[in-house]
Design a protein around this ligand. Structure first.
Ligand SMILES: C[S@@+](CC[C@H](N)C(=O)[O-])C[C@H]1O[C@@H](n2cnc3c(N)ncnc32)[C@H](O)[C@@H]1O
Length: 164
């Protein structure tokens, strides 16, 4: 039996493996990185520590992260992503090289409904060659699902790429 503890550990291990893989795969790209959902700031802290060549913008409705993981004000896009993502298409015409989304809560059904809603808002923001990492399955028209890196657990994290 897979316990809730197992599922939590799988999610954490998968997030780190997918982020490390995607940061390496997109290094050399010049577009910024987007973190959707700051939460406690653990994944933001990891990304900030490993991404030295690009700005990391955070989309969050209310910042309440660990003091070590508070993004600078000029890189924080406050508000509901259902409004801030559409607005970001004008502000970032070249898109993002890497987008990480961890917007969900404990209810899988609700997370899936939200992922369906937010997918078309995320899709136009990813640059060609860029990668999108998500804790939930996304519903994209043109982004292609990628194989997971070693150490990631199937179904606990997803990676998508814009090919053209
Ligand atoms: C699971 S937490 C993120 C955890 C984070 N990855 C970490 O490592 O600490 C989800 C975050 O997404 C944010 N969020 C959820 N829905 C949102 C929305 N519609 N707009 C903006 N932020 C949202 C919540 O406020 C919460 O802080």
């Amino acid at each position: 039996m897979i316990t809730r503890l197992d599922l939590f550990i799988h999610r954490m291990v998968s997030q780190r493996a997918c982020l490390d893989h995607s940061i390496a795969q997109t290094s050399g790209m010049t577009q910024p990185v987007f973190e959707l959902g700051l939460g406690n700031g653990r994944t933001y802290h990891h990304m900030k520590s490993h991404i030295v060549d690009r700005d990391v913008y955070v989309f969050e409705r209310a910042v309440g992260a660990h003091p070590d993981s508070i993004p600078p004000e000029e890189l924080t896009i406050l508000g509901d992503v259902r409004e801030t993502l559409p607005a970001a298409t004008d502000r970032f015409p070249d898109g993002a090289s890497l987008i990480h989304a961890d917007l969900g809560g404990h209810n899988r059904e609700k997370n899936d409904i939200f992922a369906r809603f937010v997918s078309p808002l995320v899709e136009p923001l990813l640059a060609v060659g860029g990668l999108m990492v998500s804790s939930d399955r996304m519903y994209f028209e043109n982004l292609v699902e990628q194989p997971l890196p070693q150490d990631a657990v199937e179904g606990r994290c997803f990676i998508y790429r814009r090919e053209i």
